[in-house]
Design a protein around this ligand. Structure first.
Ligand code: UDP
Ligand code: MG
Length: 313
């Protein structure tokens, strides 16, 4: 019997967990040819998420959990789930029922029968999300696709089912600053896309504020592109050239017409412009150095407090 491990990152999801569990059980029932495991990752929740998962685990052998020592974020939760998984197929799904578990049936079919390596969901509408957030997200996908060497589908989600081969490939990327959407695209493999309607969250609140999303966007760009460094270099080159030409002009003008004391406005303008440029470039370089700094520390991406999974390696 082929096995499917479902990874479910949970951060303060006590309100939806039992609803989620029921839906996912009915999916497992419909796919009775597969052996399921539900791996819940408790990402340092401060509510009763862990107790609820613990209770589920007591009555259902398929329920596994990994509980972090604190909140490490969804990226870390997905990574932990993958590294503790052992199934032939591995799925990732949100606990809030925004990713409809029903879709898993077709996704599993795609990887097991149709010969795809990845079945991934892409949302086609952004209902239940603020206008500003949708507009910013769209812009982000366009910017990152232009800047980086990975083309990320607009609306691509973390909701997916993968073969063990793909999971291995993802786990072989040890980077600390993880931007999963980029990593998923970067590893490649044959992917089938499922169009997916956005559902309202069943209960509880989103953990993403605009500020958090902005940071996420910057992480994505820095993690998968060195274009900002090139832009700052190219701007530097253009301005040095223009500066040199201007200097030559001033020198010739001074030789011919004598020194000109009335150059105050142009000097101020140049100083303001150039120092702005220098600071911006330094800032961009600084962002990369900050990432390098975090990478070289080689800190673990998550720390496990308790789990009921025997990790094989
Ligand atoms: N999540 C997590 N750790 C976090 C934030 C979120 O494990 O620090 C989980 C959360 O419990 C949910 C999924 O990631 O299952 C998606 O989060 P959310 O629904 O808040 O994001 P949105 O759907 O609004 O993008
Ligand atoms: Mg959600």
């Amino acid at each position: 019997m082929k096995t499917v491990d479902l990874i479910v990152p949970c951060y303060n999801e006590s309100e939806v967990l039992s609803m989620f569990y029921e839906e996912v059980c009915s999916v497992a029932q419909k796919c009775s040819d597969y052996g399921f495991k539900f791996i819940f990752i408790n990402d340092g929740s401060s509510d009763s998420t862990l107790e609820i998962i613990g209770k589920l685990a007591q009555k259902d052998k398929r329920v596994k959990y990994i509980s972090f020592s604190r909140n490490f974020g969804k990226e870390a939760a997905m990574l932990a789930g993958m590294s503790y998984s052992s199934g032939d197929y591995v799925g990732i799904i949100d606990a809030d029922l925004q990713h409809s578990p029903e879709l898993l049936i077709d996704m599993i079919k795609a990887v097991d029968i149709e010969g795809y390596d990845v079945a991934a969901a892409r949302r086609v509408d952004r209902q239940g999300e603020s206008k500003l957030k949708s507009a910013l997200s769209r812009r982000f996908y366009r910017v990152i696709s232009k800047l980086s060497d990975v083309e990320i589908q607009d609306g691509a989600q973390d909701f997916r089912v993968m073969t063990r081969k793909v999971v291995k490939a993802i786990l072989s990327m040890p980077e600390y600053n993880r931007f999963s959407k980029g990593i998923f695209t970067w590893v490649g493999f044959k992917t089938k896309w499922f169009e997916h309607e956005n559902r309202e969250r069943a209960a509880g609140n989103t953990k993403w504020s605009i500020a958090k999303l902005f940071k996420y966007a910057i992480d994505g760009i820095i993690g998968f592109s060195t274009t900002p460094l090139k832009i700052s270099f190219m701007t530097g080159v253009v301005f040095s050239t223009l500066g040199t030409l201007y200097a030559v002009y001033i020198i010739i003008d001074t030789i011919i017409n004598g020194p000109d004391v009335a150059g105050y406005p142009s000097i101020i303008c140049l100083i303001v412009l150039m120092s702005g440029l220098i600071l911006t470039s330094l800032g961009i370089v600084g962002e990369y150095i900050a990432k390098i700094y975090m990478e070289v520390k080689r800190r673990p991406l998550f720390l496990v407090d308790t789990t009921n999974i025997d990790k094989r390696d």
